[in-house]
Design a binder for this molecule. Structure first.
Ligand SMILES: [Zn+2]
Length: 259
């Protein structure tokens, strides 16, 4: 059967002398792995469309087992992501996370989050903030459904709040005693976490966040991933390395064009 799917390349690895095995996140069928014959040759018409981060329409022949990529057509080449080291680092983290969390079968929500996130990074929105959005939005795929609309213990909507890992969400000040390890939140931090979890990426606009705010919120969500789901990604270490090398990141924070 020949399928036409809208997809994004999550990963692409060499297979034999001239082929590639490509993992696509598709809108219609979820995550699929396909063989792209000849795609390793630079002259192949499949060479470009099988690069990581590429967004396109993919014609896949599938009977049983792994499908074969017959044809592909760019929708977006993600040029900024391909050429800017910081954008590449965060986009790599996002595609690796989707690859880890999503299985075969349609997952339109995860597809939309991925596409919106890559488009936002391509449009030079802060890639660190965008990756934070993705972290919060994809949490339900790990089996964790944090309670963020009210107190996880008593259901209260008002008062001061803190984050509790053991309660799986926010606790109000009346319930702080239930967890000795709560992380106190300011009203702004509370609002931001809710927004990261609930509001679609494309409705946020060009959100400017302070470095300290991002680090604080990242620490919470990273702790959930690493300690409650056991997920630690290779590309996270690359981002941490980049952050320790400010000369590499400074250029992009000034938003200078490389053209
Ligand atoms: Zn409470």
């Amino acid at each position: 059967m020949l399928n036409k799917w809208e997809g994004i390349v999550l990963k692409s690895r060499a297979y034999g002398e001239s082929n590639k095995i490509v993992t696509l996140m598709t809108k219609e069928a979820g995550k699929v792995t396909v063989m792209a014959r000849g795609a390793k040759k630079p002259t192949s018409r499949l060479a470009g469309v099988t690069q990581t981060f590429m967004h396109g329409m993919y014609m896949v022949q599938r009977t049983s087992g792994m499908g074969t990529l017959q044809q592909g057509e760019h929708l977006a080449s993600m040029r900024h992501i391909q050429t800017d080291i910081v954008a590449t680092a965060y986009a790599s983290y996002i595609v690796e996370l989707v690859d880890r969390l999503v299985d075969e079968g349609p997952e339109p929500f995860a597809f939309d989050v991925l596409l919106q996130a890559l488009n936002a990074i391509e449009e030079e929105y802060d890639p660190e903030a965008i990756s934070l959005f993705v972290d919060w939005k994809l949490l339900p795929y790990t089996g964790v459904q944090p309670i963020l609309n009210a107190c996880a213990s008593c259901g209260s909507f008002d008062g001061e709040f803190a984050f509790s890992f053991s309660q799986g969400g926010f606790l109000c000040h009346r319930c702080f005693h239930q967890d000795p390890y709560i992380i106190r939140l300011s009203p702004t931090q509370l609002k931001l976490i809710r927004m990261f979890y609930n509001v679609p990426i494309d409705q946020i606009g060009k959100l400017e966040l302070k470095k300290g705010t991002k680090q604080f919120i990242k620490k919470i969500v990273t702790t959930i991933y690493e300690e409650q789901t056991g997920i630690r990604l290779k590309s996270r270490s690359f981002i941490e390395q980049l952050e320790r090398t400010p000369i590499l990141t400074r250029r992009t924070t000034n938003e200078e064009s490389t053209d």
